[in-house]
Design a protein around this ligand. Structure first.
Ligand code: PRP
Ligand code: URA
Length: 208
């Protein structure tokens, strides 16, 4: 499928395996989410635009580059929060705009509960952060929100996807690149990714 990128980096695979492990405690889980998010973002941002500028080094002058576009990190609450620190470490000037969505347990449809985006967009590129792309409902709804806000350059960065979620996001927003550490086998009857890692929010926040 076009515009779907699954990391083949051994460090990502190594850390993802630890993340999946049922014995990984919340502290370690948060550490791994942060680290994998940074590695995924390094891969996902290879095509960001830059413009040149002059710098003076201790030895002379040279032309370097800086990022051209204002970037917005958009974690989907709650589980996306754990990815922010890892990504923000790479691009400390990014703005962070939280979107609150939870899945209705019966319908699996996303329900919006937090959105404080200002009227006019303040960034040109948005990186949507959510570890789990299950049915894809939350990701589709978030990209809808960002497009209505006026941002059209959007990337999705996640950790695990189900084939159903990848297909759903791609069908609704084919121009949005989807970056994942793994696409797993399937969704179970209650919408969880198998083999997956369980509930990413609960495992980070110790609420399971
Ligand atoms: C999880 C996850 C995604 C969503 C994915 O959030 O973090 O946002 O489910 O499922 P979907 O692709 O089927 O929409 P959840 O609703 O459990 O809320 P939480 O992060 O607050 O725990
Ligand atoms: N949300 C999660 O946290 N885990 C899943 O497997 C699916 C949705």
């Amino acid at each position: 499928m076009q515009n779907v990128f699954v990391s083949s980096h051994p460090l990502v695979a190594h850390k993802l395996t630890k993340l999946r492990n049922v014995d990984t405690n919340p502290k370690k889980f948060r550490e791994l989410v942060r680290e994998i998010a940074a590695l995924m973002t390094y891969e996902a941002t290879q095509d960001l635009s830059t413009h040149p500028y002059e710098v003076i080094t201790p030895m002379g002058e040279t032309t370097g580059v800086q990022l051209k576009d204002k970037i917005g990190l958009v974690p989907i609450l709650r589980a996306g929060l754990g990815m922010v620190e890892g990504v923000w470490g790479l691009m400390p000037n990014a703005e962070v705009w939280h979107i609150g969505l939870y899945r209705d347990e019966d319908t699996l449809q996303p329900v919006e509960y937090y959105n404080k985006l200002p009227v006019a967009p303040t960034v040109q590129v948005c990186l949507v952060l959510d570890p789990m792309l299950a049915t894809g409902g939350s990701a589709v709804a978030t990209v809808d929100i960002l497009k209505r806000w006026g941002v059209n350059r959007i990337k999705f960065i996640g950790l695990l996807g189900a084939p159903e979620g990848v297909e759903n996001l791609h069908k609704h927003h084919p121009e949005v690149p989807i970056h994942l550490a793994s696409i797993d086998s399937h969704l179970n009857e209650i919408g969880y990714i198998v083999p997956g890692l369980g509930d990413a929010g609960d495992r980070q926040f110790g609420t399971g």
